[in-house]
Design a protein around this ligand. Structure first.
Ligand SMILES: [Zn+2]
Length: 270
């Protein structure tokens, strides 16, 4: 009797398994139809999960991970160079800076424009109040490494990861739980590893389309003409509110903002 019961139970389980497998495959086919990705004729089964990372020792409990940031762009290693819309985006790097960041924020506020700030961890540690203001005023945050390490991308993934996590921790010490949706490599010196690590931490790699080299000149006219001349639909524009004297950038900004607003509109990265 018990044997018969066991056989019957096994049959029921088998039927359920086959049924659920069919449902899974069927949903995969349906999903493919919706997204117009053709189902591969050689593999009728649903595609296997992406190759697993080397698994952690069984005793270690995996910490919850943020979802991998997947959107790809046309910059190096799939980093974002354009907004994907008509509107352009302003980005300010190397801050927060006690002199220039508040002035940039004042200008953005006056123009009703939101931007993205690519923050350096050591500066965040010195000026957390400025990070709070950036967030309070509705701007977007971007991780720009702990100490602006230009060669970070050439290091081992574990080193890159530790650097980015340390920076995010410092930002979140200033503003608990704040979203940090982007990572920009110093000097734009992207590597495949830097992009991969940033994405695994839930940050999109943020490159740029227009670089007026404002870090190299205080000539406001030159900065202005480089931005205005270089901008096109969807440009991500790189400027600096930190790392040195930003008088030139500051003087160029009102005109730049007015021009870009009129031609394309300026919208924040979200
Ligand atoms: Zn920088």
């Amino acid at each position: 009797m018990t044997r018969r019961l066991a056989v019957a139970t096994a049959l029921v389980v088998l039927t359920l398994l086959v049924g659920s497998r069919w449902v899974t495959n069927r949903s995969a086919v349906l999903a493919n139809q919706r997204t117009t990705v053709p189902a591969s004729p050689t593999s009728p089964k649903a595609s296997p999960p992406p190759s697993a990372e080397p698994s952690a020792p069984p005793t270690q409990v995996a910490a919850p991970k943020p979802p991998t940031a997947k959107r790809a762009g046309s910059g190096p290693f799939g980093s974002l160079k354009l907004t994907g819309r008509k509107t352009v985006a302003l980005t300010f790097d190397d801050g927060p800076h006690p002199v220039w960041t508040p002035k940039v924020l004042d200008q953005l506020k006056a123009a009703h424009v939101k931007a993205t700030f690519c923050l350096v961890g050591t500066e965040v540690r010195k000026y957390p109040e400025l990070v709070r203001r950036i967030v309070r005023e509705g701007h977007t945050l971007c991780n720009h490494t702990w100490h602006h390490e230009l060669d970070l991308g050439t290091k081992k993934p574990a080193v890159i990861k530790a650097n980015l996590e340390k920076t995010n921790r410092e930002i979140r010490k200033a503003v608990p739980g704040v979203k940090i949706g982007y990572f920009r490599h110093p000097g734009g010196k992207w590597t495949a590893n830097a992009v991969k690590v940033a994405r695994s931490l839930g940050m999109l790699p943020l490159d740029w389309d227009v670089d007026p080299r404002d870090w190299d000149t205080k000539d406001a006219k030159l900065i202005r003409s480089r931005v205005i001349g270089g901008a096109r639909s969807g440009s991500i524009i790189l400027m600096h509110d930190g790392g040195g004297d930003r008088k030139g950038t500051l003087s160029a900004c009102p005109n730049v903002i007015k021009n870009l607003k009129g031609r394309f509109g300026i919208a924040p990265l979200r």
